[in-house]
Every structure is written in structure tokens, then in C-alpha cells.
Design a protein around this ligand. Structure first.
Ligand code: SF4
Ligand code: ZN
Ligand code: ZN
Length: 310
């Protein structure tokens, strides 16, 4: 079999089906770095004076986001970069992620903050899972608490942006999930920068989230992280599952048959996003402060307090 060549003449290691291009190691890595920078620039994700906190999980995606963001921010004195990781208390899993995150941040010279569910809620995701009914999804409970802790602690750290490791697959899945559930409000809060947080409704209670990996497929992030030998934890959360993974499997099949499908889902969604935001503007519930935890919520008691029984 003839080895395929990259346009630079070197041996190709990857075939990018949706572009029809063969790429060598160097050109592949450069293309990922270029895409990352382009996304950051296109959506004005960073500005002078920012304190960017990367929400690490210890996995390949957020580790890559931190690595690439550090590459942009390091030469700049006007932007501060740090990282946080949430310990939900998932035995045998998150402790390993935290070890990897600590090593990675130490090597990069980035300050890492660890926040624990046990300290904040008095219980862990493992505790919650023991009491869950079989029809309930673990991520519903854990995810809502994770989001709340990330926002709350980002405010505490005086972050101006939270950088998430969400990639193309995550975003395309979320678009479809919101569509299938008919959740227009949640859909209107998506996008490369959560503008939701900058509106007067909720205002300063939300720290804007940025997603510089949203135009890079998960598969390519994995290859990039492995080529660069980034220190990340390779196993998945044992509770991972539910509706998102049904949608993920469906998208995987579609993408195989129709390369570029995930891009077109996201591109089309971005086109209708301004209209979506306008359409929910008048029906959007007012953001209040949760009576129990003080975090932003559209109800008197927020979802996290309700689910976690705070
Ligand atoms: Fe929590 Fe689900 Fe993420 Fe596991 S996969 S850490 S249960 S949100
Ligand atoms: Zn090349
Ligand atoms: Zn609350």
C-alpha cells in the first residue's frame, strides 16, 4: 500500500475526511493550533485585563484547552491564566484526574484550584448515586452541581472568563438534545461565548464561559493531545451515560456516512442563534438569587439546591 503524503511532502498520519486532506504530524498540529487561535479571535474570547480560569477535568479536552490557551496567554502580561478542577467525589476516577491535572499545571506553571463537593454540599456524587432511581440520569444531578460550583468559584477567584473544554461533538450533541427536547431557552443560552452572562438579566452573577475548542472534533483533540504527549487521565467517568450518549452514538453513525455533519449542525445553529435569542427575550424568566445558596436561578430555589437537598 502506498503511504499517503501530506501537502508538505511528509508522510500523512491523519486523513481529514470532511476536508479531503491528508496531514502529517506537524501540519496536523499546526492546523489545530490555528483553528484554536482563529476561534478565540473570531469571537473576541479574550481581552486585556482578563483573568481566564480554565475549568479542568483532567481529561484530554480541557487539558488541551489549557495547553493551547497557555500558548496564547503566556507571552501576554495583560492576561492572567489559572485553572480549577472540581472533585465530585467519584471514587477511583476523579482522584486520578486530579493527580494528572496537578502534574500538568505544575509543569506548565499554572496555578490550580481544587474545589470539592464534599466541602460545598456535605456529600459527594457517589453518595447521590446510591440513592438514585434506575430511570434517573446521574449526570443530571452531578452536572447541575458542577455548573454551579464552576460559576460560584470562578466568581470567588475573580475570573472574568471561564474557559471550557467543550468541543465540536459536545456542541453538536447539545444542539440536537435541546432540539429533541424542545428546550428553546437552553438552546438560546448556547454559543461560543455565553452572552447570557453579559445580559442585564442575571448580569454579574454569571461569569461568561468561552469555548475555544468548539470547532474542533473530539477525535482530533485526542490525536493532538497524544502527539503532544499531554498529561491527561484517559479513563471515562463510570457514571457517564444517558440521553447525551444516545445522541452521541447517533451522531457518530451520521458523521461516518456524511462527513462534515457535525460542522453543519453547529454552523446552522449559529445562524439561527440570534433569532433564537430574540424570540426568548420576552419570555425568558427573570433571574433571581437562589434563597438557599445565593446563586443565580430562575426559581426561588435553584436546581442544584433542590436536587442536592441543601
Ligand atoms: Fe458527573 Fe456525569 Fe460528568 Fe460523571 S460524566 S463527572 S456523573 S456530570
Ligand atoms: Zn505536512
Ligand atoms: Zn441554590
Amino acid at each position: 500500500m502506498i503511504a499517503m503524503k501530506c501537502s508538505c511532502g511528509k508522510k500523512a498520519i491523519f486523513f481529514r475526511k470532511y476536508e479531503g486532506t491528508h496531514l502529517c504530524r506537524i501540519c496536523f498540529c499546526r492546523s489545530i493550533e490555528r483553528k484554536f487561535r482563529k476561534t478565540v479571535g473570531k469571537y473576541h474570547m479574550i481581552s486585556p485585563g482578563d483573568h481566564i480560569v480554565v475549568a479542568l477535568s483532567g481529561g484530554k479536552d480541557s487539558t488541551t484547552a489549557l495547553y493551547l490557551m497557555n500558548g496564547i496567554v503566556k507571552p501576554r502580561r495583560d492576561i492572567r491564566l489559572s485553572a480549577m478542577i472540581i472533585d465530585e467525589g467519584i471514587r477511583g476516577f476523579r482522584s486520578e484526574c486530579i493527580k494528572a491535572a496537578k502534574r500538568f499545571c505544575k509543569n506548565l506553571g499554572v496555578e490550580l484550584h481544587v474545589f470539592r463537593f464534599r466541602d460545598l454540599y456535605g456529600k459527594t456524587t457517589d453518595h447521590i448515586m446510591k440513592k438514585l432511581n434506575p430511570e434517573e440520569e446521574p449526570c443530571t444531578y452531578c452536572g447541575v452541581a458542577r455548573r454551579r460550583v464552576i460559576n460560584k468559584m470562578a466568581r470567588k477567584l475573580k475570573a472574568t472568563k471561564v474557559c471550557m473544554g467543550l468541543h465540536l461533538d459536545d456542541e453538536a450533541e447539545s444542539v440536537l438534545m435541546n432540539y429533541l427536547r424542545g428546550d428553546l431557552l437552553r438552546a438560546s443560552r448556547m454559543g461560543p461565548v455565553t452572552e447570557y452572562s453579559t445580559t442585564k438579566n442575571g448580569g454579574s452573577l454569571f461569569v461568561p464561559r468561552i469555548k475555544p475548542l468548539r470547532e474542533i472534533p473530539e477525535e482530533e483533540i485526542k490525536i493532538y493531545a497524544n502527539i503532544k504527549k499531554l498529561d491527561y487521565y484517559k479513563k471515562h467517568c463510570p457514571y457517564r451515560g444517558g440521553f447525551r450518549f444516545e445522541v452521541k452514538a447517533m451522531l457518530k453513525k451520521l458523521e461516518k456516512k456524511h462527513p462534515g455533519m457535525k460542522f453543519s449542525i453547529l454552523e446552522n445553529f449559529d445562524k439561527i442563534l440570534p433569532c433564537l435569542r430574540k424570540s426568548v427575550k420576552y419570555t425568558e424568566p427573570k433571574i433571581l438569587k437562589c434563597r438557599k445558596c445565593g446563586e443565580p436561578s430562575s426559581r426561588k430555589i435553584c436546581n442544584a439546591c433542590e436536587l442536592w437537598g441543601n
